[in-house]
Design a binder for this molecule. Structure first.
Ligand SMILES: [Fe+2]
Length: 337
């Protein structure tokens, strides 16, 4: 059974009656005004403002014989350290940041996008390679950036650009196996998040980028490895703190990168998309990515394979799709990669 969200942060309306969640119909203008107001409120809010900033799982606290409060305390210390004026968060180079900004602006045309991407040789090369990958390429392979962009069309260009920026500038490092797994998981979750939106009739505009960046907090967490609270910590304690803090750290990074509100929200809510505020709360984009993350793990995509639990199945059903059907379709899509 599908439940009506108590209070949506960002919930583009469903496009088909078939999958409607029972919400009251609203005229397009009213819907847009309400959404704009929500987005304005979301942008104005600091990433650590709500009452349940960190997701603490009692079982994880029990496993390392610490209290949930201790995990929350260390998570808060890490968040404050990453947010301190002197701390250098991983940032995007200017061209990449500008490209991302332009990709997020629907009024920016293909020619302008191509000019900016063309200034960054590494980014342009990567973009061509992604456009030629089986996920996007159909028919003859485009040989120039212009041809690739035209072939893809504006919607896919943005997703390819997001992926290329991340692959060039963020999913990099000496630990090759780690980077490869992170990149694979991120890209697959992006594609599955888009599939979830298309299946249940949710606007997929931000689905890919949120899926791609949902665990970006992992990079911030690694950059804090020498923090006094982590440096000599038990590995299980570190894992519990990571589990608690990475969504908030990721949303902090997305905020510093000036990414759109729905992207920040999706990263922040991908483990707790419901009941994060004093009066409840529901994040549709967070729910979409939570579902995509679970499906990607069930298929062993960039993470150790783990079958869906009953709780996972309930999360998937709650968004309006049958878990086994989604698994099957997702498997078919990723087999094309
Ligand atoms: Fe996560």
């Amino acid at each position: 059974m599908v439940r009506e969200p108590e209070r949506a942060e960002y919930a583009p309306h469903r496009r088909t009656a078939k999958h409607a969640m029972g919400s009251r119909p609203a005229c397009r203008g009213t819907m847009r005004n309400t959404m704009d107001a929500r987005l304005r409120a979301l942008r104005a809010r600091r990433p650590d403002e709500d009452i349940k900033t960190f997701v603490i799982r009692d079982a994880e606290a029990d496993a390392v014989a610490v209290t949930p409060q201790r995990i929350a305390e260390v998570s808060r210390a890490l968040f404050d350290a990453a947010n301190a004026p002197g701390y250098k968060l991983p940032m995007l180079p200017d061209t990449a940041a500008e490209s991302m900004r332009m990709a997020n602006d629907p009024t920016v045309g293909m020619a302008a996008l191509e000019r900016v991407v063309g200034r960054d040789t590494m980014l342009a090369t990567r973009m061509l390679a992604v456009a030629n990958s089986p996920a996007y390429a159909t028919g003859e392979r485009p040989r120039s950036l212009t041809a690739a962009l035209q072939r893809l069309g504006t919607g896919a260009v943005r997703d390819v650009l997001y992926q290329s920026v991340m692959e060039c500038h963020i999913f990099r490092g000496d630990d090759e196996a780690f980077v490869r797994a992170e990149r694979a998981h991120a890209v697959y979750v992006g594609h599955i998040a888009r599939l979830v939106c298309q299946t249940v009739g949710i606007d997929p505009q931000f689905a890919f980028i949120v899926g791609l960046l949902h665990d970006i907090g992992r990079i911030v967490f690694r950059s804090l490895a020498n923090h006094p609270e982590l440096a000599k910590a038990d590995p299980r304690f570190r894992a519990a703190v990571f589990s608690s803090a990475h969504a908030a750290l990721g949303s902090l990074m997305a905020t510093k990168w000036s990414l759109p509100g729905p992207v920040i929200e999706g990263i922040r809510r991908h483990h707790r998309y419901r009941d994060f505020a004093a009066d409840g709360g529901y994040s549709q984009i967070g729910h979409v990515v939570a579902v995509a993350d679970k499906v990607a793990i069930a298929l062993g995509l960039g993470r150790p394979e783990a079958p869906l639990s009953e709780t996972d199945r309930a999360v998937i059903q709650e968004i309006g799709v049958q878990p086994d059907t989604l698994l099957l379709t997702a498997r078919q899509i990723v087999s094309r990669f």
